[in-house]
Design a binder for this molecule. Structure first.
Ligand SMILES: [Ca+2]
Ligand SMILES: [Ca+2]
Length: 408
């Protein structure tokens, strides 16, 4: 307890607000444990050739953030840390067992936000901040935080118009020692709304646009291991890097190092969901999320579309409540940036996923995540690709995670 209040006091001083910041200081976080098994194997007729266990290990995650808010909420600031392999923006889990220590801790978020009196719906944020666009994880993993400027508008109401939301952002993706003439940034924006139909039905729709500037530099950063795609070592990406499918790993890595990513990323997204409260304890939801990369080119031109569609029963939002979700995932290699989308998916993947979660009491939860997947285009890189990973070409992959944790 002493430590928490110490950290809170530090934030109050660090953010320079003095007494004004002391009005409300909260500590939030999560401690999680899980066991992950990942198996890749042959598809179809070649199944007899066997399978390989890529991972079978206990893992842990921890995150803690201190959030301060001035009286009246005009100023907000947050500082947060989490566990994670260095350079992997989407992965907060580290191996629990092992010969050495845990893999590392990263400064996850440091941001300041301001709201003007009279337009409280509008918040301007500067610093390294979480992103408001996660939804299914098709384009943005929930763990991603990026530095930059973010303007977010959110208005809530009753009746037919339940929520209107919009955001624009300029985010800095510079990695390593960026060259001035080839900087990496992301321009982003989205607009969405939720409508209420009667008492128990809500319909939401949202469109977004994400424009990467600096694909060459980003590819070089991936080749040089400054930023990682999932847990892969430097040189690996599931985004298309080459037109020649037979080229070996060394040449692909070299191509990444010299030319960068094969496609540009100008990604248009759409998201829609319908939520029906069949009973107070049983909300049902159907949803669809689509991404199309207008910047895909070369070999990646054919690999520009990704989508996720599914249904969910229940919402694990408080003790005694649980949820089960079944979804179909199809993400072509260059539909989205594999550096930033959900770490269990990356790209060049199609499959079924089943997730379940139950909140027992307080913030304590237990859950399961499982996905059976195939490569969309086996000649490109992906799970078990023998040019980028141990394993075989043309694989199926089964990933299962049993999770438990405590959110506070
Ligand atoms: Ca993640
Ligand atoms: Ca672009």
């Amino acid at each position: 307890m002493k430590r928490w209040s110490g950290a809170a006091a530090w934030v109050v001083v660090a953010l320079g607000g003095g007494a004004a910041w002391g009005q409300e200081v909260k500590v939030v976080g999560e401690v999680g444990l899980r066991h992950e098994v990942l198996v890749v194997g042959q598809d179809g007729e070649e199944a007899a050739l066997g399978e390989e266990v890529l991972r079978n290990r206990p893992e842990a995650t921890a995150r803690v953030a201190v959030r301060g808010e001035s009286e009246g909420g005009g100023l907000v600031g947050e500082v947060g840390l989490r566990t994670g392999p260095a350079g992997s923006p989407t992965d907060g889990w580290v191996g629990l067992a092992g010969l050495g220590a845990l893999e590392g801790v990263v400064l996850d978020r440091v941001w300041l936000g301001g709201r003007l009196e009279g337009v409280e719906e509008l918040e301007v944020r500067l610093g390294r901040t979480p992103l408001p666009w996660t939804r299914t994880g098709l384009v943005w993993d929930e763990d991603v935080t990026l530095p930059g400027a973010l303007v977010h508008y959110k208005r809530e109401g009753r009746g037919v118009w339940r929520r209107a939301e919009a955001s624009v952002a300029g985010l800095y993706l510079g990695t390593g020692s960026p060259e001035v003439e080839d900087e990496v940034v992301m321009w982003a924006g989205d607009v969405g709304a939720t409508w209420g139909l009667g008492r128990s039905v809500e319909v939401s729709a949202e469109v977004g646009y994400f424009d990467l500037v600096g694909r060459r530099k980003l590819g070089q950063a991936i080749a040089g291991d400054q930023v990682r795609v999932g847990r892969r070592k430097g040189g690996f990406t599931t985004n298309t890097t080459d037109t020649d499918a037979a080229t070996p790993k060394a040449e692909l890595t070299q191509r990444l190092a010299y030319d960068g990513l094969g496609s540009d990323f100008n990604v248009l997204t759409g998201y829609a969901s319908v939520r029906w409260e069949a009973a107070r304890w049983l909300p049902l939801r159907g949803f669809g999320h689509v991404a199309w990369n207008a910047g895909a080119k070369g070999a990646g031109e054919e690999q520009a579309l990704g989508w996720v569609a599914g249904v969910q029963a229940g919402e694990a939002v408080k003790p005694g409540r649980g949820e089960v979700r079944v979804q179909w995932v199809h993400i072509a290699a260059d539909a989205t940036l594999a550096v930033y989308n959900k770490d269990a998916w990356l790209t060049n993947l199609a499959g079924w996923e089943v997730d379940a979660r139950f909140v027992a009491w307080g913030g304590l939860y237990v859950g399961f995540e499982g996905i059976v997947s195939w490569q969309v285009a086996p000649e490109l890189r992906g799970f078990g690709d023998d040019r980028g990973e141990p394993g075989f070409s043309d694989p199926t992959a089964v990933r299962a995670r049993a999770v438990t944790g405590w959110k506070f």
